[in-house]
Ligand binder design. Structure first.
Ligand code: SF4
Length: 329
C-alpha cells in the first residue's frame, strides 16, 4: 500500500487541443482513480524491487538496498529551473528539473557522479516531492523534468497523485539513461507526456564495461519501442514551440567509436522512424573514472563528431539537434 492517501477525484481537468482530450494526460488518470491504482501497484514492487532490468529483489521498504542503493524514500539532489535542455523542453521559462540521487548504472565517465554514484542529496517524503513539483510550476517552468527517475517510479507516482490533486498542470518529462524495464514503463503509460531517453550503446560488452549495464541494448531498444507506443515517435509542440507530447532520443558520441553511433542510429531509423527527434551530443569530456583512461580520457575530435553527423544525414533523419564542439583535439 502506498503511503499516499486516496487521491482526490475533484480535478478540474480541462479539455485541451493537445494529443489527448485531457492534458497533461495524468489528469485523466488522476480523475479516474487509475493514478492511485498505479501508485499502489508500483509501491508494492518495492518489497522485492524489480523496477529496473537488474531486478535485485531486495525489500526496499524494510531498509534493504540493491545495486542502485536507493531506499524506501526518494533521494533528491536538487530541484531547479533548467534552461539548457533541448529548446522545446527548456522553452523560454525553463524546464523544472528534479535531479534524483543514485542510478541504476555506473558510468565511468558520469559528469554527475557525486549525485549518481556518491548519492549526494537528501531523502524526501512523497509529500515533499509533490511540493517540489508544485514549486517548479509556480516558478513558471514548462514541465516537470525527472532526471534519472527509474529507481523512484513508485515515489514519483505517489507524489504526482498528491501534486495533481493540488493543482499541478504541467507535463511530465521522463529523462532516463534508457536502461528500463517495459513492465515499469507501462506504469507510466498516460502519466508521462514526454520521454527523453538515452540510446547510449549498440554493444552489450561495451555498455557493461563502461556503464555497468547488463544487456543494455535489448532493454534499451524495448524501452524505446514502448515509449514510442505510448507517446508517439515524434515530438508535438504548441504554438510557442514547447513540447507537449512525444519523445526526444539522446545519443552521446564517445571517443574511439565506443558509443556505436552509426549502429544506434541505424536501429532507430529502421525500427522507429527517421522522423524521430535525435539529440546528437558532442559534450563528452572525461570525468570521474574516465580521467586518464586510455580509451575515455579525452574529448571527442571534430572528425568523430563529423562522422556522427554524416551518419545522421545518410540515414535520413529529419528532426533533432546537434551541438557545437569548441574543444576539439
Ligand atoms: S531499481 Fe535499484 S534496487 Fe530496484 S532492481 Fe533496479 S538497481 Fe535493483
Amino acid at each position: 500500500m502506498c503511503p499516499n492517501g486516496k487521491g482526490s477525484a475533484n480535478l478540474s481537468a480541462k479539455p485541451g487541443d493537445k494529443a489527448t482530450d485531457v492534458w497533461p494526460s495524468y489528469l485523466a488518470l488522476a480523475a479516474s482513480g487509475e493514478l492511485h491504482r498505479r501508485a499502489e501497484a508500483a509501491w508494492e514492487r518495492l518489497r522485492a524491487c524489480d523496477l529496473c532490468p537488474r531486478r535485485c529483489g531486495v525489500d526496499r521498504l524494510s531498509g534493504q538496498v540493491g545495486f542502485c542503493r536507493a531506499g524506501a524514500q526518494a533521494r533528491v539532489a536538487s530541484h531547479n529551473t533548467h534552461r539548457w535542455e533541448e529548446p522545446p523542453i527548456s522553452g523560454s521559462r525553463g524546464s523544472g528539473t528534479i535531479f534524483f540521487s543514485y542510478c541504476t548504472g555506473r558510468c565511468l565517465f558520469c559528469q554527475n557522479y557525486p549525485i549518481s554514484q556518491l548519492g549526494v542529496g537528501e531523502d524526501v517524503t512523497n509529500e515533499r516531492l509533490a511540493q517540489m513539483m508544485l514549486t517548479l510550476q509556480r516558478w513558471g517552468c514548462h514541465n516537470i523534468n525527472l532526471v534519472t527517475p527509474t529507481h523512484y517510479v513508485p515515489q514519483f507516482l505517489a507524489a504526482l497523485e498528491m501534486a495533481a490533486a493540488r493543482g499541478l498542470r504541467i507535463p511530465i518529462v521522463y529523462n532516463t539513461s534508457g536502461y528500463e524495464r517495459v513492465e515499469t514503463l507501462r506504469l507510466l503509460d498516460g502519466v508521462v507526456d514526454i520521454y527523453l531517453p538515452d540510446a547510449k550503446y549498440a554493444d552489450d560488452a561495451i555498455a557493461r564495461r563502461l556503464s555497468g549495464f547488463v544487456d543494455y541494448v535489448a532493454h534499451n531498444r524495448a524501452a524505446l519501442l514502448e515509449m514510442a507506443r505510448q507517446v508517439g515517435v515524434t515530438l508535438q509542440r504548441d504554438a510557442e514551440g514547447i513540447a507537449v507530447r512525444g519523445m526526444v532520443i539522446r545519443h552521446l558520441v564517445l571517443p574511439n567509436g565506443l558509443a556505436g553511433t552509426e549502429e544506434v542510429l541505424r536501429w532507430i531509423a529502421e525500427n522507429l522512424s527517421t522522423s524521430a527527434y535525435i539529440s546528437l551530443m558532442s559534450q563528452y569530456f572525461p570525468a570521474y573514472r574516465a580521467v586518464g583512461d586510455p580509451e575515455l580520457g579525452r574529448s571527442i575530435t571534430f572528425d568523430e563528431y563529423d562522422e556522427a553527423l554524416d551518419a545522421l544525414e545518410r540515414l535520413g533523419f529529419e528532426n533533432g539537434w546537434r551541438q557545437e564542439i569548441d574543444d576539439m583535439e
